[in-house]
Design a protein around this ligand. Structure first.
Ligand code: BJW
Ligand code: ZN
Length: 265
């Protein structure tokens, strides 16, 4: 990576009045959470259509829950890294300037925001607006730590450990249907409020920072395209080129953990 690329990217960010940030699995890779695609990806041994679809859940809910229970355990052991922390500081510094959008379901952006704001617990009584909240991301693909009823939609914010040993031990709702992880699977619609707010931020942004995503899953992948189309700039951070590289103003090739703090310092 050339130093002048970093300088150019930093100037673009400094000059921007509104910033939208789109993150993907690569931002959490250095926290120890495997990405989806690529050599060591989560899907190397599982095909996506086997696990991350409503059809797969109907066919074999135990198998799908086994995968998610394993990933929950993994995520629970992981902590935000330098990239999450730098993004949280950046968002906290001027809440009205930055909108953070993540495809990740791991909650690490939330955790980093609470840590950087010096809050030990999330404001969850519905009345307090914690300082950290301004740095919370729009989670367009949901959150792995929550359960949602597959029929009535009831949410469980703090589910217990899931026993996926047999189909009979899977968690159920009061309505009788199976609970499922509160994430967005292929073929399912994203929450219209969450993706709507993300697209509105992309539309108003002078720059879109695209960090650690292969940018192939839509509609999230079109967020930088929206900013671009409106005349905004696009700055990308990734280990390798992606479909965004073709139209980005600057692509910084390297790890998010080192480049994001350097970019936002
Ligand atoms: C590093 C690094 C380091 C590594 N530093 N970088 C338009 C065209 C074609 C298809 C479609 C379209 N619009 C919609 C579709 C269909 C489909 C889709 O996009 N398919 C494409 C794959 C072809 N989309 C959908 O189905 C979506 N729903 C939808 O469109 O609904 C329409 C509808 C409307 C009304 C009614 C009903 C339906 C839903 C998509 C849901 C995606 N869900 C998943 C699973 C979430 C739950 C879970 O986690 O289990 O979300 S799939 C998976 O991919 C996950 C991720 O959020 C998402 C994106 O992956 P991400 O984050 O980019 O990870 P990777 O692994 O791909 O990339 C990591 C990157 O990091 C790499 O580039 C590395 O190089 C880099 N990296 N280490 C910096 N240290
Ligand atoms: Zn229910």
């Amino acid at each position: 990576m050339h130093a002048d690329h970093l300088t150019r990217a930093r100037r673009i960010v400094e000059d921007a009045r509104r910033v939208v940030v789109l993150t993907g699995a690569g931002v959490s890779a250095e926290s120890g959470i495997p990405t989806f695609r690529g050599e060591a990806g989560l899907w190397k041994s599982h095909r996506p259509e086997e696990l991350a679809t409503p059809q797969a859940f109907r066919r074999d809910p135990r198998l799908v829950w086994e995968w998610y229970a394993w990933r929950r355990t993994l995520v629970a052991r992981c902590e935000p890294n330098q990239a999450h922390r730098a993004l949280a500081r950046f968002a906290l510094a001027d809440a009205s300037r930055t909108t953070l959008v993540t495809q990740n379901v791991d909650g690490l952006h939330h955790q980093a925001a609470r840590a950087e704001a010096g809050e030990t617990t999330a404001p969850n009584d519905g009345t307090t607006l914690g300082l950290a909240e301004s740095a919370y991301p729009l989670e367009v693909h949901g959150a792995i730590h929550r359960d949602r009823c597959s029929s009535c939609g009831r949410l469980d914010e703090a589910p217990g450990r899931v026993d996926a040993e047999s189909a009979d031990s899977l968690p159920t709702c009061g309505c009788g249907a199976l609970m499922r992880p509160d994430v967005v699977w292929f073929g399912e619609a994203l929450d219209p409020d969450v993706i709507g707010a993300s697209m509105a931020a992309a539309d108003e942004a002078d720059v879109c920072l695209v960090i650690g995503t292969s940018a192939v899953v839509h509609p999230a992948a079109s967020i930088p395209e929206v900013t671009r189309r409106r005349g905004g700039r696009v700055v990308e951070v990734n280990l390798e080129p992606t479909p965004v590289t073709g139209y980005a103003d600057v692509t910084l090739l390297g790890t998010a953990g080192s480049l994001v703090p350097a970019l936002l310092a």
